[in-house]
Design a protein around this ligand. Structure first.
Ligand code: GCW
Length: 655
């Protein structure tokens, strides 16, 4: 096993340099199991000497070697937890189960030399969420409209090429990278399940089994997106009605075959009655009926169904201002609370709309106390610059996870799991934009521990990936505020979209305004924004628990950054910041585009400090970011100047 991964592929946060501190010291590994063997192989690959005094001991708590450490003090470590401490010149990692040993190993890698200095008592590390999952929107075939990876900005799929499974070396390296962040599940195919991909459930199951085998040594279980219509399209049945006995028997049989091929198979992911995908509504059944049919088929084998809550009317009449897409998930699902099986997990996008740069947290997360809810993030940057703009999303996700949505509970506490759409493709840097690797890294780390500081996570990524010697200050100056920078030159004050229809890159203020998609800003000559109040609007604010139902309802109390999400206000409305809405639009767009230029300038400081190909790739993307940010600035400013007739108080060029 090479520690650098497949040739021609960037090692990301696991270059051989990262395992050097460990590789220069004798390490003992005690225990048995596939994942313990992985740790042994990792230690050997790091080059750790086999003689001399041990400096690192990795042991299951059931082994004799654990006896001299006061294991009892740290309590039970569970399936994936570990404890790490250092005494008498020896660093110890203890785990109850093999997966914990693997995560403890990567903890040592992260700490580098610091893992071998000083003395510290055993500290316990257990994941906040039992499942930390990445969903791939990969297709086997290249789809005529969306390409091979839907919303993929990193080349083709790492799993399939030319309609067939690829060599899986790259997938093994991917699994290793993910394990180092704490991710333990992947769904391998697009939730929009096309004809070829539907067959991964049946006659092409062998391909899924091969992927499962490749990722298993890193503690990762495979899930599959399936079509709700599979009993009809694959099984030849006349119906996919979830209450039909024949349909239920088909799912049971099919799932049994899946588990025969993949004993640790994770389960199904389902996008139903959404954007054209089939679902239970077609049979007059509820989404609980639909989810439970699949959950029942998986239950005997310990599998779960991830049922997506992204259900809305994508054939809306834009003339009808009473229909509100933001309301849809709650309206459909909240009444079903308590009806879902234990092994059905409702997967809810973090915001009520669709992965926008700025949205309030989805009220569904607090509305279903008797349902297991997974919160879904988007690592792939569909709406945040498509990996052409340098946008570090750690601060956004941290803000979401820490948001106190319910009395005494933040989103991290309300969510049972964290899921995200992956950003990875067959690009040599994995993520297209090399700096976008930090997002993938941060997702896993925050899913493990949502309380982590996203800027410290960024430091970890920098240290591991680019080395401790690089100009860290320049990277922080580029990335710490980059999400807010992106926000500042795109759609203002939480109003969202304003992107080019279809591919969603670049500005088009009215691109979706007169379409059926339900994503409007309602700008006219007097004002802009969506009235979602109970008093005069769509009533969406009523889906929130107190105090948010009141805070968002009130134009005075609503936070500036969400003002246009919840209210339609005149251009002269004065924000908490003291600025008017129109002047805020001008100021933020001029400043944001300037910060993009500054970001590009900062990167020049890294010239000679990072590999030339990586340097060049980032530079090329920054050129595009600068161009695109200026285009956003000019289109947004010009649009609102023409609508409002209000000139910029500072007299800057508006066209
Ligand atoms: O954000 C939208 C995307 C679609 C995607 C959908 C979803 C997979 O534009 O490409 O489809 O969300 O999340 O299902």
């Amino acid at each position: 096993m090479s520690t650098e991964g497949p040739p021609g592929v960037h090692p990301a946060w696991l270059p051989s340099r990262a395992t050097q501190p460990l590789g220069s010291r004798r390490t003992l590994v005690h225990g048995t199991g596939t994942l313990v063997d992985t740790v042994r192989r990792e230690v050997a690959a790091a080059g750790a000497p086999e003689t001399g005094e041990p400096a690192l001991v990795l042991t299951l708590t059931s082994e004799d070697a654990a006896a001299s450490w006061h294991v009892g003090e740290v309590g039970a470590l569970g399936d994936e937890g570990y404890a790490i401490g250092r005494r008498d010149g020896v660093t110890v990692v203890l785990a109850d189960r093999p997966a914990g040993l693997l995560y403890g190993f990567f903890h040592v890698v992260r700490r580098g030399e610091a893992a071998f200095t000083g003395e510290w008592p055993l500290a316990r590390h257990v994941p906040a969420m039992p499942r930390r999952m990445l969903d791939h929107w990969d297709n086997v075939d290249t789809h005529p409209v969306t390409g091979q990876v839907e919303r993929g900005y990193s080349g083709g799929s790492i799993f399939w090429r030319d309609g067939a499974l690829r060599d899986l070396d790259r997938v093994r390296a991917y699994a290793r990278l993910l394990a180092a962040t704490g991710v333990n599940a992947i769904a391998v195919n697009n939730v929009n399940v096309h004809a070829t991909e539907a067959r991964l459930l049946t006659d092409r199951l062998g391909e899924v089994a091969a992927i499962a085998e490749a990722v298993r040594p890193y503690g990762i279980r495979v899930h599959l997106s399936v079509s709700f219509a599979a009993p009809v399209t694959l099984g030849g049945l006349p119906t996919a009605d979830p209450l039909d006995e024949g349909v239920r028997a088909w799912w049971a049989r099919t799932s049994q075959r899946v588990y025969e091929a993949i004993p640790d198979f994770g389960g199904y992911v389902v996008k139903a009655d959404s954007e054209g995908q089939p679902g239970p509504f077609g049979y007059g059944r509820s989404h609980a009926d639909g989810a439970n049919a699949l959950a029942d088929a998986l239950a005997p084998f310990g599998g779960v169904v991830h049922w997506r809550a992204f259900v809305y009317d994508h054939r809306q009449d834009w003339r009808d201002r009473s229909t509100d897409r933001a309301r849809a998930a709650y309206d459909h699902f909240a009444p079903l609370d308590g009806q879902f099986r234990d092994n059905a997990i409702l997967q809810v996008k973090h915001g009520p709309m669709d992965f926008q740069t700025r949205e309030p947290v989805s009220p569904v997360v607090a509305a279903m106390p008797r349902t297991k809810v997974a919160v879904e993030l988007q690592v792939t940057q569909e709406y945040t610059g498509q990996q052409r703009h340098a946008v570090y999303l750690g601060p956004m996700w941290s803000e979401i996870l820490r948001f106190p949505l319910a009395e005494g509970a933040d989103v991290a506490a309300l969510a049972r799991e964290l899921v995200a759409v992956s950003s990875v493709g067959d690009d040599p840097f994995w993520t297209g934009h090399p700096l976008a690797q930090a997002n993938l890294y941060a997702f896993g780390r925050l899913a493990w521990d949502p309380a982590l500081d996203p800027l410290s996570i960024l430091d970890e990524w920098i240290d591991l990936t680019l080395g401790p010697e690089v100009d860290r200050a320049a990277l922080h100056a580029m990335l710490d505020e980059s999400w807010r920078t992106y926000e500042s030159y795109t759609a203002p004050l939480g109003v969202g979209f304003m992107v080019r229809p279809g591919h969603h890159y670049g500005p088009d203020v009215d691109g979706y305004e007169y379409t059926a998609w339900g994503t409007y800003h309602f700008a006219d000559r007097d004002g802009v924004g969506v009235d979602r109040t109970r008093a005069t609007g769509t009533g969406f604010t009523g889906q929130y628990p107190a105090p948010w139902s009141e805070v968002y309802e009130s134009v005075e109390r609503c936070p500036d950054e969400l003002l246009l999400f919840f209210h339609h206000v005149p251009y002269g409305h004065v924000l908490h910041s003291g600025s008017t809405v129109i002047q805020h639009i001008y100021d933020t767009h001029f400043a944001g585009a300037e910060r993009a230029v500054e970001t590009r300038r900062l990167w020049e400081r890294l010239d000679g400090q990072v590999a030339p190909d990586l340097f060049a790739r980032v530079r090329e993307r920054l050129d595009e970011q600068v161009r695109s940010a200026a285009e956003w600035r000019d289109q947004i400013n010009t649009y609102f100047f023409r609508k409002s007739g209000v000139p910029d108080a500072k007299g800057r060029p508006i066209h």
